[in-house]
Design a protein around this ligand. Structure first.
Ligand SMILES: Cc1ncc(COP(=O)(O)O)c(C=O)c1O
Length: 425
């Protein structure tokens, strides 16, 4: 394969509106190679994204220059740490167009955000016989916390089914809404099928039925423009590490009145206004939900990631990744005989392509690709019920990001042909 950092596309893919070739220089890891000397072909961005220098330096800068705790210190470096931490709240609010930074609660990841809502809002608002509507395509993070809530509170879960093309069946969703659910929770973009769901329409339908809505934006915020006000959602969650930020960073957005009415999730320092031996008063939002010392460096890094994405422009990011999905859906079936692809057409999907080579376990596929420096994920991608829906034990998944170039999809096709050859298929 040619030098990915410097060459232009040799493929038929339409020109992208952002220039992935020049921005690849921002990601130092892309200059590395594996134990066989093969350059890194990173196609696992849905698991976690690579980090640009701006993020690496933001984390490093905190640790080197102003490492101190936030909100308490009255000396220079502590004030600097608080400022940088709170600046991230402003940047993240801007990225998703939240009405105010105080509605952004910092968490470690999307999983923690959903657990926060399930524990705090769910246990207060879900009662015996109440229904929560989810979909068959949810990541375990947006399923298991709700299982715990309904088990404890004696409620029920219902699921919006999907078509064979991986599209939510909205006509069934409409029927499920007749049950007057208290909450509807669904992913904006499926991490296995890549499906981009019609979230605005789904929120409207849920609200008309009197339900609140939680949107899992873990695979959306890094890839498509998100405007929580336009979506009309009540809760919106995402992880920093999938949006070019560090692991250990993430956010929950919720409407002020919901956050104010919710009891704390975790208790301890920082989340209180007053503490007495037998009672305490909670701090204002968002601090009420941020007990203890957070991962300050990681959240500051997430702020740098939000700046980086906004600098690229989310419309351009979306256009680039849609082009990659279209290219993959065209090239893989043509170049890899027998490959099975899952999910909808490129117009309806993000930069995610799950697949199987018949008769070859995806773990074997991933292991052989690894020799060529190609990183794909193999397994159930934390969507076991979705795999059951398609009668699959596992799939391999290639997923893209701003730094992905069509040549990497070409490399995947070559690698998959090699896998088939080794297995004599
Ligand atoms: C759609 C979706 N939701 C939630 C999560 C959970 O994210 P995290 O592990 O960062 O909490 C993931 C992670 O892959 C995901 O893809």
């Amino acid at each position: 394969m040619a030098d990915l950092a410097t060459t232009g596309p040799t493929s038929q893919a339409a020109p992208a509106r952002l220039d992935p070739y020049s921005l690849r220089k921002d990601f130092p890891i892309l200059a590395t190679s594996n134990r066989f000397g093969k350059p890194l072909v990173y196609l696992d961005s849905a698991a976690t994204s690579l980090k640009p220098l701006a993020v690496i330096e933001a984390v490093d800068g905190y640790n080197r220059e102003y490492s101190s705790n936030i909100h308490r210190g009255i000396y220079e470096i502590a004030e600097r740490a608080t400022e940088a931490y709170e600046a991230t709240r402003v940047k993240v609010a801007r990225l998703i167009n939240a009405p105010e930074p105080a509605e952004i609660v910092f968490v470690r990841n999307a999983t923690e955000a959903i657990n926060l809502v399930a524990y705090s809002w769910g246990r207060r608002n879900i009662g015996r016989g109440d229904t929560i509507v989810l979909t068959e395509m949810e990541h375990h993070a947006n399923l298991v916390p709700w299982q715990l809530v309904v088990q404890e509170m004696d409620g029920d879960l219902e699921f919006v089914p999907i078509t064979d093309d991986g599209i939510l069946r909205l006509e069934v969703y409409e029927v499920l809404l007749h049950l007057r659910p208290k909450l509807v929770a669904f992913t904006q973009v499926s991490n296995m099928l890549g499906t981009i769901n019609p979230v605005r329409e789904m929120v409207e339908m849920a609200h008309a039925a009197g339900a609140l809505v939680l949107i899992d934006g873990a695979q959306a915020v890094p890839h498509v423009p998100v405007d929580v006000q336009e979506l009309g959602a009540d809760f919106y969650v995402f992880s920093g590490h999938k949006m070019l930020g560090p692991t250990g960073s993430g956010a929950l957005w919720a409407r002020r009145e919901l956050l104010e009415a919710m009891p704390p999730f975790m208790a301890g320092g920082d989340m209180i206004r007053e503490v007495h031996l037998r009672r305490s008063e909670w701090n204002e939002i968002p601090y009420k939900f941020e007990a203890g010392t957070p991962d300050i460096a990681a959240q500051i890094g997430m702020g740098a990631a939000a700046d980086y994405l906004m600098g690229l422009g989310m419309e351009a990011v979306r256009a680039h990744e849609q082009e990659l999905a279209r290219y993959a859906l065209e090239v893989l079936p043509r170049e890899v005989p027998g490959i099975e692809l899952y999910g909808p057409a490129a117009e309806l999907r993000g930069g995610v392509v799950s697949f199987n080579l018949p008769g070859i376990h995806p773990h074997d596929v991933a292991q052989i690709l690894d020799r060529s420096g190609i990183c794909v994920r193999a397994g159930h991608h934390c969507t076991m019920p979705l795999h059951e829906r398609f009668d699959l034990a596992a799939t391999a998944r290639a997923s893209f990001n701003v730094y992905t170039v069509p040549e990497e999809i070409d490399a995947l096709a070559v690698g998959l042909r090699e896998v088939a050859r080794i297995f004599d298929r």
